[in-house]
Design a protein around this ligand. Structure first.
Ligand code: SF4
Length: 380
């Protein structure tokens, strides 16, 4: 199992090495900004989808394009683009769902004109017939643009194949989180994060094969936490080296998550074996729920306050977690608006909840160690 884990850690630690390996085989790639970019369209156009979710770095050049109160994900994403880290990508794809991403999409075109940004719109009322029809239309337009990059004609059979491949990858990721959540003695928070992060850069066929092998080995190991403390994580990203190291050092493990870069991104499959892959992907998006970034509950004006809070408390109970850790992304309006209510609701359900500020530009958040140590002392 350790050998398998090393493969994921290597991929997660060096996205550029994954990209170079892909390009050495003659492959081309496209970057995916957050959130819910339909990777199946990119893959079926003959391109590797590569996740662009910022990095733990300091935004120096990007600071000239944003006020300081824009989230670090967006700032560091543009920083990497300006530094030439995304060189070699054919384009980037994104649907700006928040004000920070809207600023990014405007600034990107002026700041890095050499890397075209293909945008599309996600409907707020996504589960209505007109919402689904609108999104399927947006996907068809985007698919045409992606296929034009590689001179492929959009082929329905290739898209159906891509949907099947990504459904298998999502299924293995869900299997992994379930297995790791019951085997805290074998999988640390850092290793869990690396396994899930690698999906953003590796060839999805290779990734799914490696993850299936890892899951088979993990399944053969006895369940148990080995004295570690199970927690549920929630927020945008858990991928912060210092916070992951603290979780490991202080004896926590992740029993389940509600993180945008992790379980939220592979919670729902697209229907297979239909005649219209774009419509199937719109159905998949319509089925998403409980995400603070997606405001509608499915009916016009149907945002359902309280859903996320109920989900967090129930996730903690079902996974046997002793606490919920909300990784509160600094300057993220959607998360910051809802996190205090989520914390209050989780605590009202009798589960301790820690609101832990995170920022990719702050390598060592001073309070994190104190807050996590206090939580551990409370739970021991
Ligand atoms: S972290 Fe928050 S503010 Fe930043 S891009 Fe994501 S949703 Fe938008």
């Amino acid at each position: 199992m350790q050998d398998e884990l090393r493969w994921f850690e290597a991929a997660a630690a060096s996205p550029s090495a994954c990209l170079k390996q892909w390009q050495a085989q003659g492959g081309q790639a496209v970057g995916c900004l957050p959130y819910y970019v339909p990777e199946e369209l990119i893959w079926s156009a003959g391109l590797l989808p590569v996740r662009l979710w910022g990095a733990s770095t300091t935004a120096r050049r990007a600071g000239g394009w944003f006020p300081p109160y824009v989230c670090s994900l967006v700032q560091t994403d543009l920083e990497l683009a300006l530094a030439g880290v995304y060189q070699g990508l054919r384009a980037a794809v994104g649907a700006p769902v928040c004000d920070s991403l809207r600023c990014l999409s405007q600034n990107w075109r002026a700041a890095v004109p050499e890397l075209p940004l293909l945008t599309y719109s996600q409907p707020q009322n996504r589960a209505t017939d007109y919402g689904k029809a609108f999104l399927a239309g947006e996907y068809r337009r985007l698919w045409g643009q992606l296929c034009a990059l590689t001179d492929h004609a959009p082929e329905e059979a290739r898209l159906q194949e891509a949907i099947g491949l990504y459904n298998r990858s999502r299924a293995q990721r869900r299997r992994f989180t379930a297995l790791a959540g019951r085997r805290g003695r074998w999988v640390t928070a850092s290793e869990r994060c690396a396994v899930l992060k690698a999906a953003g850069f590796a060839d999805p066929r290779e990734y799914t094969a490696h993850l299936t092998a890892l899951n088979d080995r993990l399944e053969a190991l006895p369940a148990g936490d080995g004295g570690r403390i199970p927690v549920v994580t929630s927020g945008i990203l858990c991928d912060h080296p210092r916070i992951l190291a603290l979780l490991d050092e202080l004896g926590f493990f992740v029993a389940a998550d509600d993180v945008a870069a992790e379980s939220r991104s592979f919670a729902v499959d697209a229907p297979e074996y239909g005649a219209d892959g774009c419509a199937a992907l719109a159905e998949q998006f319509a089925a998403l729920d409980r995400d603070p970034l997606l405001w509608s509950g499915g009916t016009p004006g149907g945002f359902r306050p309280g859903d996320r809070e109920a989900h967090l408390a129930s996730l903690a109970r079902r996974s046997g977690a002793k606490a919920v850790v909300i990784l509160a992304q600094q300057f993220c309006d959607p998360e910051e608006l809802l996190s205090p209510g989520a914390k209050a609701a989780v605590e009202a359900a009798g589960i301790p909840c820690l609101l832990l500020p995170v920022d990719q530009q702050v390598a060592d958040p001073g309070q994190a160690a104190t807050l996590l140590e206090t939580l551990r002392d409370l739970l021991e």
